[in-house]
Design a protein around this ligand. Structure first.
Ligand code: SF4
Length: 353
């Protein structure tokens, strides 16, 4: 089996090439060819010796996922369904912000976390994504942006899957993303979002990398959280917020608390006050990011009214908690995370039947 070079961080590629008698610099050269000059043909890498080019062609490959479906929104959002080598499909989304181009990256094929409001969780996890496949998600978006001389500037590992359930592969991917010779995305522009695996948060806190952390909290108390997120049965809110406080003591920066606004469930005045007091009680330095819900046909939850979202944000601010309302993307396409993949799977099922 050939090794896909898109899956090797610079340190691992250097180790691999040095073990083959190459200089340490060789891996940097290859990084520049594939990520900066976007040359994927070993034969065109003219500053590499002919003999090593032949070795590269024999033992390595540069495989990227294929674009299976593409949806373009009027607001500039692009949603791709990518087909991987084994036929599995994953979603990746380009979100154009005023400050740059963010990609929402999936970390697994399907997800086992079972959040009750989420389309991605409708399809259980088949497998983890490899570092090369996650790099492939960013490369696919970069190929689109190249048409307008732009590149991806921000990465949110917030698509389908739980990143801390695929920790090592996600970290290898992010090392490639963060590498100046690689995708060259600054650590401060990279965010990993967990649904709340406390051991993962602790491990991440002890890691030397300087990426951001987001937690999908979505509820002000355990009762509501258990109703919508099964992970809450293993890790209560107190334990979760303590883990965040510990993460910050270890040098972690401000944490983003993601909070999907669900009408009548977690968007009330009482919920707001309870959330503010939990954050203050645990002394977590946090930004609450209120997310207008993209309704999923198969799910019973409804989106909160716009006024209620504004009210919730203002009330948090008045209690000294930083809060923002997330910009909505792609409301004219299958905006909810995982929706496009679920739709495609259903179609395939109908054709097979
Ligand atoms: S919200 Fe995230 S963690 Fe929860 S089921 Fe969906 S993809 Fe998985």
């Amino acid at each position: 089996m050939k090794i896909n070079l898109f899956g090797l961080p610079l340190s691992k590629m250097t180790e691999e090439f040095v073990s083959r008698g190459q200089t340490k610099f060789r891996a940097k050269q290859i990084f520049q060819w594939i990520y900066q000059k976007r040359v994927l043909d070993f034969e065109a890498m003219t500053d590499v010796s002919k003999a090593f080019r032949a070795e590269l062609s024999r033992d390595f490959c540069l495989d990227l996922p294929k674009v299976f479906t593409r949806q373009d929104s009027e607001d500039g959002t692009v949603k791709l369904l990518l087909e991987l080598e084994d036929g599995a499909k994953v979603e990746t989304v380009l979100m154009p912000y005023s400050y740059g181009n963010a990609v929402c990256v999936s970390s697994q094929v399907g997800c086992n976390m079972g959040c009750a409001f989420c389309a991605s969780g409708l399809l259980k996890r088949d497998r983890n994504l490899t570092p090369a496949e996650m790099v492939g998600e960013v490369m696919a978006i970069n190929a689109i942006l190249a048409e307008t001389n732009q590149t991806v500037t921000h990465i949110d590992v917030m698509g389908t899957g739980e990143p801390f359930d695929n920790f090592d592969n996600v970290m290898d991917f992010l090392d490639i993303a963060n590498e100046p010779f690689g995708l060259a995305i600054g650590a401060r522009h990279i965010t990993v979002s967990t649904c709340g695996l406390v051991p993962g948060i602790k491990k991440y806190g002890l890691d030397k990398r300087q990426f951001n952390l987001a937690l999908s909290l979505h509820a002000p108390n355990d009762e509501i959280r258990r109703e919508i997120m099964p992970v809450a049965r293993a890790y209560p809110i107190d334990e979760l917020l303590d883990a965040l406080a510990e993460y910050q003591e270890n040098g972690g920066r401000r944490v983003t608390l993601e909070y999907i606004m669900l009408r009548g469930l977690n968007d009330t005045k009482e919920a707001c006050d309870e959330l503010a007091s939990a954050i203050k009680r645990h002394k977590v330095f946090a930004l609450v990011n209120l997310i207008p819900y993209n309704e999923v046909k198969e799910k019973p939850y409804r989106r909160s009214d716009r006024d209620q979202v504004r009210f919730f944000a203002d009330r948090l601010q008045k209690q000294g908690i930083n809060a923002t309302i997330r910009k909505e993307f792609g409301s004219d396409i299958d905006a909810a995370c995982g929706q496009l993949r679920v739709k495609m799977k259903k179609k395939e099922g109908e054709q097979d039947a």
